[in-house]
Design a binder for this molecule. Structure first.
Ligand code: SAM
Length: 315
């Protein structure tokens, strides 16, 4: 079974790790994983490109060719360069040992140039050869230059809007697939709808505020997106339950956005209405979740500033 590597940004590391693992499992439920610091190795039929294309916090990724205890590589390791004209070598040191990384990269480049017909091109290589060191194991792998997916435009913003990265991570954590539908019953400026549709997932948004309804509509139109937006109370989602596969939402905090009633009461009501057999990711102000009868399978705290920590609840 192919193995891929993902080097993750260290901000929100737990979230970042769970996200890549969740994406792999979305397409192959037998995927296995292990991690060494901010490196995650995934054994799955889901390709590294597919995971990296959806993931939010991946810095580097590629396919593992070999696990190694030393530094020795044979000619057969360069099969991957068979049809490539250019390559570059990259060493990633996650171990506690000190290495002369530049020196090692350049001698590796020299050695590979002798063993293959490909030439070193540091600016625009067709293939990047990776050596990743950890305290436990070393990995030899490769990658191809990876274009980040095109971001949807957000022409109208609002102070309460959520960072798109957190929305994307929530969509990934609950394993929604292309063609499925997500519902955001407190859609605000439409961040969930934009993110979902840019990932090939359909979306339905609900917001009771006329202004938010208009902003979302304009944001969708600016991208030519077809997600549905309904102006109404969040409880509307209960009448369209057969039309979506999961809920991803950021609940009102009672600060920057309008709210129909005390946010804690509203959240309680909302949680009581949640459908049983759907994939659910809810974001709320930390503390609000304490009185909820939700039994999340996992929670994540995300510190924003001294008076705001958010909590993501996954069910
Ligand atoms: C925290 S904001 C959501 C922000 C959104 N994630 C974004 O990125 O723009 C909460 C939203 O809930 C909406 N809201 C508050 N009470 C509501 C209710 N009873 N029914 C529907 N929407 C409501 C507000 O208008 C606001 O847009």
């Amino acid at each position: 079974m192919p193995e891929s590597f993902f080097i993750l940004s260290k901000d929100n590391l737990e979230l970042a790790k769970d996200e890549v693992i969740a994406i792999a499992k979305t397409y192959d439920r037998f995927s296995k994983s292990k991690s060494f610091s901010n490196l995650v190795i995934i054994q799955s039929t889901t390709s590294w490109e597919k995971i990296a294309n959806r993931a939010t916090f991946v810095k580097l990724s590629g396919q593992i060719l070999r696990k190694m205890s030393g530094l020795f590589l044979g000619e057969d390791n360069y099969e991957v360069l068979k049809n490539a004209k250019t390559f570059a070598c990259r060493i990633v040191n996650l171990s506690s040992k000190q290495f002369d990384i530049q020196g090692l990269e350049s001698s590796m480049g020299d050695m590979i140039s002798k063993l293959s017909s490909a030439e070193v091109d540091l600016k625009n290589p067709e293939i990047i050869i990776y050596l990743i060191f950890t305290n436990q194991q070393n990995f030899f792998g490769f990658s191809k230059p990876f274009k980040n997916p095109k971001r949807p435009k957000k022409i109208r913003k609002h102070p309460h809007e959520l960072d798109w990265k957190l929305v994307r991570v929530m969509i990934n954590l609950i394993g929604l697939k292309e063609g499925e539908t997500v519902c955001d019953p407190f859609c605000g400026t439409g961040t969930t709808l934009l993110e979902a549709e840019s990932m090939g997932i359909k979306a339905i948004g609900v917001d009771f505020d006329e202004k938010m309804y208009q902003i979302t509509k304009e944001n969708l139109d600016a991208n030519g997106f077809k997600s549905k937006i309904i102006k109404g109370d969040f409880s509307h989602f209960t009448s369209i339950e057969d039309k979506f596969d999961g809920i991803v939402t950021d609940l009102p905090y009672g600060t920057a956005s309008k709210v129909s009633e005390n946010p804690q009461e509203l959240i309680k009501k909302f949680v009581e209405m949640l459908p049983r057999r759907k994939k659910i990711a809810i974001m709320c102000k930390k503390g609000f979740e304490k009185k909820l009868k939700m039994n999340p399978s996992k929670t994540y705290d995300i510190y924003r500033h001294k008076s705001l920590t958010r909590t993501i609840l996954i069910k």
